[in-house]
Each structure stands twice: as structure tokens, then as C-alpha cells.
Design a protein around this ligand. Structure first.
Ligand SMILES: Nc1ncnc2c1ncn2[C@@H]1O[C@H](COP(=O)(O)OP(=O)(O)OP(=O)(O)O)[C@@H](O)[C@H]1O
Length: 236
């Protein structure tokens, strides 16, 4: 079963078509990379999945059922930098979110372990690195045991250590059976962690399938550029 399926999805902002008939199928349990040039519609698509925007038209289903507010409890999302309070420590953030969402406090230690923040849980967020802040944002998204996690450019601005730790976090999520959809401009990272990819160009799906199907002689970047060349004037 697909964790997420989109058919002929459109999102219009006035006359502008941010999504122009996108089709995606994210297999359950996959680590799915969403690629595309600036302005292709990746964030818009993820916001629709997370229930933060409404599609103009098209069909979306989550876990085989039509996309619906009630299913959103099974979706965890981090689409912008996490809203954190610098003067509070990590574990306090999680306690607040757990209480607000009716999640048992016992879940807090589990999510801290998943994102490898256990040792720094009582450190103020002001003293966290950017990577730690992103991982705390992911921990908050994981509190409700989502089946699908949607992350918009979680590697952005991270140093090599932060990227390595984020990679480990995403892999351990997938190993635990969570479907992970991640957008990025860092093709080498996507090539390392993802098994499936979708490429959006000007709001449409230019490629979707196994990672190796996009690569040319094992080179994802070469495959990506070839796809953009084919799309030609569609790139905006
Ligand atoms: N609220 C809005 N009103 C009008 N246009 C918008 C709005 N949100 C996004 N857009 C436009 O929709 C297009 C797609 O934007 P989106 O942020 O989804 O792209 P993206 O693929 O995530 O880009 P990037 O890689 O630069 O983050 C862009 O041209 C953007 O300017």
C-alpha cells in the first residue's frame, strides 16, 4: 500500500499554477526524496500533505484512504525551521507538546533516543547547534507516532557533522518502519539515503520511481540535469 498517493494535483495562487497536475506515489516504508529546482512546488506539495494548504483540485490519499483531517494525526511534518523557545531545554519542549497533544510522557524518552538528543535533553535550546534544533523539531513531529514524516530541506545549513547525524536520524526512522518524505537540493545526500525519488519541474512530476532509475551510470546528478534539459522551458 502507498503511504501517500497524489493524482493530478493542482494548486493555484491566483493565475499562477504552483502545482500543475502533480502525480506521486510514496510507497509505505520508503525513504522518499523529493527533488526539483527552486520554485518547482515541493514546499507547496508538502504543505498540502500536512494539511497546511488546500489543493485547488486533484486527489490525495494517505494510507489508502482519502486525505482527511482525521488522518493527519498519522502525519508528522517539519516544513519550516522548528518554532523553539531558546530559554527552554529540549525535554521541556517535548513535555509541553506531549501535554498539548495528549501524548503519554513516556514517549518523550523514546523520541529523544530516536533523534539522538538524550544526552543534551536538559540543555537550553539557545546552546543547541542548528542540527540539534532540527532534530528536536523532528522529535516533536514524532511524538504522535506518525506513519508518514514529511521534512522540507532538513539538511539546509547543516555542517558535515550535522548532515551525518541527520542522515542517521532519517535512516533510523525508516528502519523503525516510518515512511519518510524529504525534500532537498543536495543530490548527493538524497542518493545516499533515499530508495525512491520524485522530481517536480514547474509543478509537474518529471520523474518518479527508484533512485537508480533516475541516475545515469550511477550518477544521480547527471540524471537530474538530463531531466531538466528535457523539461527545457518548463523550468521556471
Ligand atoms: N502563498 C503564495 N502565494 C503566491 N505564490 C506562492 C505562494 N507560495 C508559493 N508560491 C509560489 O509557488 C511556487 C512554488 O513554490 P514552492 O515554495 O512550493 O517551491 P519549492 O520547490 O519548494 O522551491 P524552493 O526549492 O525554492 O524551496 C513558487 O514560484 C512560489 O513563489
Amino acid at each position: 500500500m502507498a503511504a501517500l498517493e497524489m493524482r493530478d494535483l493542482h494548486k493555484h495562487y491566483g493565475d499562477f499554477h504552483a502545482l500543475d497536475g502533480a502525480n506521486l506515489t510514496v510507497p509505505e516504508g520508503s525513504l522518499y526524496g523529493l527533488l526539483g529546482p527552486n520554485g518547482a512546488g515541493k514546499t507547496t506539495l508538502m504543505k498540502i500533505v500536512a494539511g497546511l494548504r488546500r489543493a485547488t483540485s486533484g486527489r490525495i490519499s494517505l494510507f489508502g484512504r482519502p486525505h482527511d483531517r482525521r488522518l493527519l494525526t498519522r502525519v508528522g511534518a517539519l516544513l519550516e525551521s522548528p518554532g523553539l523557545w531558546p530559554h527552554l531545554d529540549g525535554v521541556t519542549h517535548l513535555r509541553i507538546h506531549a501535554r498539548l497533544r495528549g501524548v503519554p510522557q513516556t514517549r518523550i524518552d523514546e523520541v529523544l533516543g530516536l533523534v539522538k538528543l538524550t544526552e543534551v535533553r536538559t540543555r537550553k535550546v539557545a546552546k543547541y547547534s542548528l542540527g540539534m534544533r532540527w532534530r528536536l523539531g523532528i522529535a516533536i513531529a514524532l511524538l504522535g507516532r506518525p506513519r508518514l514524516v514529511v521534512l522540507d530541506e532538513p539538511m539546509n545549513g547543516l555542517d558535515p557533522v550535522g548532515i551525518r547525524d541527520m542522515r542517521a536520524t532519517l535512516r533510523s526512522l525508516a528502519e523503525a518502519g516510518t515512511t519518510v518524505m524529504v525534500s532537498s537540493h543536495q543530490l548527493a545526500e538524497i542518493a545516499q539515503i533515499c530508495d525512491h525519488v520524485g522530481v517536480l519541474v514547474a509543478g509537474r512530476t518529471a520523474y518518479e520511481g527508484a533512485l537508480h532509475g533516475l541516475a545515469v551510470d550511477g550518477d544521480l546528478e547527471a540524471g537530474f540535469f538530463r531531466l531538466l534539459e528535457k523539461a527545457g522551458s518548463a523550468v521556471r
